[in-house]
Design a protein around this ligand. Structure first.
Ligand SMILES: *[C@@H]1O[C@H](CO)[C@@H](O)[C@H](O)[C@H]1NC(C)=O
Length: 203
């Protein structure tokens, strides 16, 4: 009995620690990312629901509310061509790229960043926005995260595809090998004053 309670509390604490995401750079505040997702992934113009968290948490919440949601969603993302994510127009226009940053949380696995990027690249919901000088964790799985941060004094809007494009670019251009695993810890700043940070993280 006591053991059970002990484990329950332990699990809760673990959740709290994991839930309290820290920004990749301490000078930013953290905002929770909000998603407007179609109740039926095959009907993007149908009813939508709001969920919060990373894309992985958002998918889990949609699947809990609508069994089968995750499977339908993931079967659709196979069609997202990674090269389409890399082919960017004038927006977002890159200002600078820092490869091999030390975020203090280790590096991300490129393979997991690619998965997160494919999720983001397949979402067409209304433009996500971000508060001034704040970061939101848009994807995190297997201790590998994608954050987007607003560097300006006003609210910033972009698209999930723009974020995906930057994260894909970073894992493609800044990857290095740790033993035989592809790793990345890097940040890209855009001219219109936001950035993407790909880093190791706790999740
Ligand atoms: C940055 O914020 C200022 C003040 O709110 C605004 O006038 C300007 O257009 C913003 N710049 C960008 C690139 O978003």
């Amino acid at each position: 009995m006591l053991t059970k309670i002990f484990f329950a509390v332990g699990a809760l604490l673990t959740q709290l620690v994991h839930g309290a995401a820290e920004p990749p750079v301490s000078s930013y505040s953290v905002v929770e990312v909000e998603w407007s997702l179609p109740v039926d992934p095959n009907k993007p113009n149908g009813a939508r629901e709001f969920v919060t968290g990373t894309i992985e948490e958002a998918i889990a919440q949609m699947d809990a509310a609508h069994p089968g949601w995750s499977q339908t969603f993931t079967s659709n993302i196979q069609t997202v061509d990674p090269h389409a994510l890399m082919a960017r127009g004038s927006s977002p226009e890159s200002q600078s790229v820092n490869c091999h940053l030390d975020s203090g949380k280790g590096a991300a696995n490129c393979v997991d960043i690619r998965d997160g990027t494919r999720y983001l690249g397949s979402i067409d919901s209304p433009a996500p926005n971000n508060s001034p000088h704040s970061c939101g964790r848009v994807s995190c799985a297997y201790n590998s995260a994608i954050w987007w941060c607003n560097d300006n004094d006003s609210v910033k809007e972009t698209t999930w595809k723009n974020m995906a494009s930057s994260a894909w670019f970073l894992q493609d251009n800044c990857l290095y090998y740790e033993r035989r695993t592809e790793k990345v810890s890097a940040q890209e700043f855009m001219k219109d004053e936001w950035n993407i940070y790909v880093t190791g993280d706790r999740c």
